[in-house]
Write a protein that binds this ligand. Structure first.
Ligand SMILES: C[S@@+](CC[C@H](N)C(=O)[O-])C[C@H]1O[C@@H](n2cnc3c(N)ncnc32)[C@H](O)[C@@H]1O
Length: 173
């Protein structure tokens, strides 16, 4: 019985790894540095974490007074994030595939700890959302640079991009 349950869980997480970055949490010390030195997050902000994991980034954002919304495709990890964040009214965790979601209209910062194969696609998605919202969005990537785009700033393993709305013929929103 336990072997069956264990195999099921391993298969489930294995399948999830194919849908995007596998679950590995950001280091808390790094997150704290990013949200103060790379971008000074405060109560005027809404931070969205693409692939929220256990919600560590969301709770750090909330501690700075920001609203924080995370999308997590793996329901088991999402439930853990909800449980760990249950006393934090500024944190929302949504179970779902980020690629099918629009960002909340109040979004100011998008955080991701993604993977190399998806980072360019994520940048393009955030760019479309910046165009829809008609304002600049700060995009913070942990561990992966966007190839062909110059970062506004780099701090440790973080890359910060300020993504402006597309103009004219580049705009397909
Ligand atoms: C490397 S972890 C990062 C977790 C958290 N953001 C952090 O920094 O601690 C990536 C997470 O993204 C989730 N994920 C992968 N693809 C996704 C998708 N298409 N939509 C939502 N979540 C996704 C994974 O399940 C995993 O928990």
């Amino acid at each position: 019985m336990w072997l069956l349950i264990g195999s099921g869980i391993i298969l489930f997480f294995g399948f999830m790894a194919f849908t995007g970055a596998p679950y590995v949490p950001s280091k808390r010390r790094d997150v704290r540095q990013a949200l103060s030195d790379l971008y000074r997050l405060d109560k005027k902000d809404t931070l969205v974490d693409i692939g929220a994991g256990d919600g560590i980034v969301l709770r750090e954002a909330s501690q700075r007074g920001a609203r924080a919304v995370g999308y997590e495709i793996n329901p088991i990890i999402a439930w853990i994030a909800m449980w760990l964040s249950r006393k934090d009214p500024r944190v929302t965790v949504k179970i779902g595939n980020f690629w099918r979601e629009s960002l909340p209209d109040s979004t100011t910062v998008v955080y991701t700890f993604g993977d190399d194969r998806d980072i360019k696609k994520m940048y393009a998605k955030v760019e479309r959302e910046a165009t829809r919202l008609q304002r600049t969005l700060v995009f913070i990537s942990y561990g992966f640079a966007v190839k062909g785009v110059v970062a506004k700033r780099q701090l440790g393993a973080y890359f910060r991009y300020d993504i402006t709305p597309l103009q004219g013929k580049d705009c397909t929103v």
